[in-house]
Design a protein around this ligand. Sequence first.
Ligand SMILES: *Cc1c(COP(=O)(O)O)cnc(C)c1O
Length: 221
Amino acid sequence: MSYKEKLIEVQEAINLAAAEVKRNTQDISLVAVSKTQPIEKIEKLISLGHRVFGENRVQEAKTKWKPLKSKYDGLELHLIGALQTNKVKEAVALFDVIETVDRPKLAAALSKEMSEQKVEIPCYIQVNTGEEKQKAGVYPEETADFVNYCRNDLNLNIIGLMCIPPANETPALHFALLANIAKETNLENLSMGMSSDYDVAIKLGATHIRLGTALFGSRDT
Ligand SMILES: *Cc1c(COP(=O)(O)O)cnc(C)c1O
């Protein structure tokens, strides 16, 4: 299948899921996850008009997206992977949205760096909905306090919540939980749903779905 056909297929699935719950397709943004994908493949999507992408590693993203950003207008690059504090400076210089704010130390470093670079990058709080020890994110019951801290004490522009459900559990429970926390904390955006479950995520209110394999095929790592 060509990239064009894949994009159309995904867009049709988005439309279908949105229609089922009477949501407007315009309220759902497709983040094309281009981690591990070479520039040539990314450019195929860009040339079809796609502009919103996600990467999970700062170094890899910098190598690929510095040249792409100087070549194409209107790109919106999301950081969707763990961010170490020693990479904050580069991340703030490169990304348009940071989806993985998950601890006070990182939030403070982002706040400081954004003041220094005089930019305000919209951020999401990553929530560890499955309370998995090895996974990043704040626990559900800590989220409201953390959102308040980021907003009031650090002046960060927090616009939503993001989650990655546990691999072996029904994602719907986690999406519903994230949607609930967003409601309680007055946050508009929900980044949830990947290639295998984005229809479910849309039905539960996702505003941003993050798709890699559905668009690029399997990743050769
Ligand atoms: C890789 C990745 C995705 C995309 O996963 P697919 O299953 O390929 O769609 C989405 N979100 C995050 C955080 C990822 O790391």
